[in-house]
Design a protein around this ligand. Structure first.
Ligand code: ATP
Length: 314
């Protein structure tokens, strides 16, 4: 399905040229099969453009990575992780990798187009979400994370910037460059991570990563607590003037909840933002049902979230 062998001299994964495709096609795509429109965004190592597949007229987000830049910045590993991970996943709340191909200068990842941008922008625009909106979006995020964990993937960088919104205002989780594969069949992908000094984003980083550089699935549960807080408060729970002071706050569990949080929201935040990873709600279990059963989610129907109409927030 996917491959990580360095099949070109650059050491950047060359195949597959086609990942699984939506309509069972398996022909190789090239850059000539697409017309490119506006730039949707730019990352440190990539440009994301609107791309239309000429044959069917389907629009995608095409992430274009400059090989020389990636090699120079030693990011080959992360690019390969992103592709390997995405090609294992297929879920309505996770950005799908439709095709991956390359030319001599660039790598191209053809992804689901999330037309409504980042959840972070929505939070900023609204200042904060009403509790029903926060509940709905956290429920979608919990559903996506439950699927990831079931597939042996720890995201490690969950945050509102990495949660995109599609044309129907449902979520599409993205940014799998720092994900970790934890099942046995991917031993090679799991081993080198422990010595890594810091992966993720300061405000959402879990205390265990700061103290003993370990990460497991419950690190994503910590991030869920940070995201729920941010949806309701408008800003993350731990935010200092610099990274060091942010880390100090995290390690001391130094945060407070605004008065408008309901008792159920307060309870859920405080059960996720727990210093001991194994004490977090849902930790050590095979799914996230403990979180789903929490009173905060009492009115959520978990069976068909992606078919529900998201709350009208704007
Ligand atoms: P960095 O690499 O610096 O952490 P990043 O991970 O956000 O940045 P990209 O994944 O390349 O980098 O995304 C760059 C921008 O493009 C994002 O901020 C996002 O707004 C936009 N973008 C990324 N993927 C999509 C998508 N599937 N649909 C729509 N817009 C997207």
């Amino acid at each position: 399905h996917s491959s990580t062998q360095p099949s070109d001299t650059a050491g950047v994964t060359a195949s597959p040229s086609t990942v699984s495709t939506p309509r069972g096609q398996s022909q190789k795509r090239t850059v000539k099969d697409f017309t490119f429109g506006r730039i949707l965004g730019e990352g440190s190592y990539s440009t994301v453009m609107l791309g239309t597949e000429k044959s069917a007229g389907t629009e995608f987000a095409v992430k274009i990575l400059d090989k020389r830049h990636i090699i120079k910045e030693k990011k080959t590993k992360y690019v390969n992780i992103e592709k390997t991970t995405l090609s294992r996943l297929s879920h309505p709340f996770i950005v799908r990798l439709h095709y991956a191909f390359q030319d001599p200068g660039s790598l191209y990842f053809v992804l689901d187009l999330a037309r409504n941008g980042e959840l972070l922008s929505l939070i900023r625009r609204l200042q904060r979400l009403p509790e029903d909106g926060a509940r709905f979006y956290l429920a979608e995020i919990v559903t996506a994370v439950e699927y990831l964990h079931h597939k042996g993937v720890i995201h490690r960088d969950l945050k509102p910037e990495n949660i995109l919104l599609d044309e129907n205002m449902h979520i599409k989780l993205t940014d799998f460059g720092t994900a970790k594969l934890v099942d046995e069949s991917n031993v090679a992908s799991t081993s080198p991570q422990r010595s890594q000094s810091f992966v993720g984003t300061a405000e959402y980083v879990s205390p265990e990563l700061l103290t003993d550089k370990t990460v497991d699935k419950s690190s994503d549960l910590w991030a869920l607590g940070c995201i729920l807080y941010q949806l309701l408060a408008g800003q993350p729970p731990f935010k200092g003037p610099n990274e060091y002071l942010t880390f100090q706050k995290i390690l001391r569990l130094e945060y407070s909840m605004p008065d408008h949080f309901s008792p159920q929201a307060r309870d859920l935040v405080s059960r996720l933002l727990v210093l001991g990873p194994s004490e977090r709600l849902g930790a050590g279990e095979s799914d996230l049902s403990a979180i789903k059963r929490h009173p905060f989610f009492r009115d959520i129907n978990w069976d068909n979230l992606h078919e529900q109409t998201p709350p009208n927030l704007i």
